[in-house]
Design a protein around this ligand. Structure first.
Ligand code: AMP
Length: 394
């Protein structure tokens, strides 16, 4: 591998990694350490030929898991490390070399992403101890959305909340929206301008991208705002919180748990947060699963329609994420719920997409917007942004 970059995505009990070569399209090493801190901790590695191996790491913490990952990186050491950081607040509009000041800022923003930023910091700390001489770069999920204009990022609450406490919309999944919109531009020969992107996985968000810049997105202060997700409610009436507190005596923690962990597809269906299971049960007549599917797709269409206000012109719609890439049914329902967009789906193309490939699934009429399925690749976007930081410094 030529000058590979190690991409690290640290969660509270997991580490996803990829060793990505500077040569475009070269095979990469990838892996996942999960259940960290428990007796069942394990590491799954995939080599450049695609063969997987499992390694038990009982009781391993982030540090032990990173050491195990390191021992599986082969004989080409990374030239830099790119870290996925969920929340960069308003300070970070692009990737940044990690120093004490950057670490302090990530700490300070942790109140806005209490589940994610501390885990990301644990990853930085362990990686710095293992690779004290390597440049480490923070790539922020929020940075791509720092181009939102104030009318898109401000909430209609008193100004002091924004000025003194940073209460505004930030948006997330920025690396994914940036990656797929850039791919869409490339696939259209660089002449395309306005994309609506739908990242539909366990977490879901939509984004309006004009000339490579995010102009609006569905997630807000936290990754709870917006469309329906696996276990997250997405938008609810903000009055719901006060109502549950006053009428049912629920605490803030109860409400937080309800909206983040017990809602979405899981809450509506009473069955599962997994779209494969929802689709299967819906086809067998399960009423909860049918409702979950309808609400999920309608809310995505509604979100895309509202985001279209940000675009001077609509080139097309891009589906990505585990659901967006793999569910012809969801794509069909979302497109069907947007008749005024004049999207035309080619049903055969929609149902015969090949996993991992970029595919255009509209009928090919030049007068109507395109519909693309583009597999996201957040790791490659993080490696690219890390490389850009290294190049700018050179
Ligand atoms: P992600 O977070 O991007 O890995 O996406 C996870 C989601 O993708 C889960 O809800 C899965 O059920 C869903 N998913 C994966 N494969 C399929 C498929 N073939 N059909 C429908 N949903 C899928």
């Amino acid at each position: 591998m030529k000058d590979p970059i190690l991409v690290i995505n640290c969660g509270s009990s997991s580490i996803k990694y990829a060793l990505i070569s500077r040569e475009p399209d070269a095979p990469r090493l990838v892996g996942l350490a999960e259940r960290l801190g428990s007796p069942e901790a394990r590491l799954e590695t995939t080599d450049t030929q695609g063969s997987k191996r499992e390694h038990a790491l009982p009781g391993a913490d982030h540090m032990a898991a990173l050491e195990a990952i390191l021992s599986h990186l082969g004989d080409t050491p990374p030239v830099a490390v790119g870290h996925r950081i969920v929340h960069g607040g308003e300070r970070f509009t692009r990737a940044a070399i990690i120093d004490e000041d950057v670490i302090r800022s990530i700490h300070e923003t942790a109140a806005l992403a209490p589940l994610h930023n501390p885990a990301n910091l644990a990853g930085i700390d362990a990686t710095q101890r293992i690779f004290p001489h390597l440049t480490q770069v923070a790539v922020f999920d929020t940075a791509f959305h720092q181009t939102l204009p104030p009318h898109a990022y401000r909430y209609a609450v008193p100004d002091s909340l924004y000025r003194e406490h940073g209460i505004r919309r930030y948006g997330f999944h920025g690396t994914s929206h940036a990656y797929v919109s850039r791919q869409a531009d490339r696939l259209e020969g660089g002449t395309a301008n306005g994309w609506l992107t739908a990242h539909l996985g366990n977490g879901c968000s939509t984004c309006a991208v004009w000339e490579g810049k995010s102009l609006d997105t569905s997630m807000g202060l936290t990754p709870l705002e917006g469309v329906v997700m696996g276990t997250r409610s997405g938008d609810v009436d903000p009055g719901l919180h006060a109502h549950l507190g006053r009428e049912l005596g629920w605490s803030l923690d109860d409400i937080d748990r309800l909206l983040n962990k017990q809602s979405g597809l899981l809450g509506l269906s009473g069955l599962s947060n997994d779209m494969r299971q929802i689709e299967r049960a819906a086809s067998e007549g399960h009423a909860g699963a049918q409702l979950a599917l309808e609400v999920f797709c309608y809310r995505i269409a509604k979100s895309l329609a509202s985001l279209s206000c940000a675009l001077p012109e609509l080139t097309g719609l891009v589906f990505t994420g585990g659901i967006g890439e793999n569910s012809p049914l969801v794509r069909h329902k979302v497109v069907a719920a947007l008749p005024h967009f004049r999207l035309t789906l080619d049903d055969a193309a929609n149902t015969s997409t090949v996993r991992g490939a970029c595919q255009r699934i509209d009928s090919g009429n030049h007068a109507t917007p395109r519909v693309w399925v583009i597999p996201t690749d957040e790791e490659s976007q993080i490696a690219r942004e890390t490389q850009q930081v290294l190049d700018a410094r050179a």
